[in-house]
Design a protein around this ligand. Sequence first.
Ligand code: PXP
Length: 251
Amino acid sequence: MTNLLINIDHVATLRNARRETVPDPIQAAALCEMAGADGIVFHLREDRRHITDRDVRLLHETVQSKLDFELSVNPEIVALCCELQPPLATLVPERRAEVTTEGGMDVVGQGARIRPVVEQLLEAEIEEVALFVDPDPAQVTAAAEVGANTIELHTGDYANAPTYAARQREAARLAEGARIAHDAGLKVHAGHGLDYTNYALFRETVPHVAEVSVGFAIMARAILVGMEQAVRDMRRIVHTPPPPSTPAARS
Ligand code: PXP
């Protein structure tokens, strides 16, 4: 079964838009957990545009399920992550002008910068250290070479594909990336842009996915139908196994 981890950054974005104290991402995380989330994800960005240091400390203290700390290779944030020792740390690229994380890490080109950070996180006894990468065989292989034990496949191109045929092609790329990662001994996670309607093809096509991280789609639905309903609806979809005849089930 694939686990559903829920990204609560979007709650903090809404709070910060009015320089308010509500909605509080800590309360959102608790509601997600009570509705059945398998874990909570946050990204502490260098510019602190959504999640703040206060949020990180409170999430660390209060989250009962699996906590995924997303971070760049920024030394100050890496040090904080090492101090808090979440069960999962996911390294992502960060560009200040971007609206959200755009594209995976360039592990092939930046391996020399990424390797020591992976080592530092593993030495801090963080059990799973993931690299967020595009489904590019070279990047996936490089992730294993720099010592990561997990990858998160970037599903943005899949989610944004303009046609169903294009989405099928992207699903096939993700499936190949997942197989290469699995064969290299890496645990496979995935995320970005996954939602209530595009998940089915992903589930049927991409094997070996232990966890997905979903944020925007759940928060967008929660505003209209409530957090509990939004989480339960996505959880049901993610926890449904691929039908036996599909490529993902046969892998
Ligand atoms: N995984 C990573 C590494 C991300 O940066 C994000 C976006 O914050 C997500 C997953 C979740 O993406 P979305 O909010 O589109 O579901």
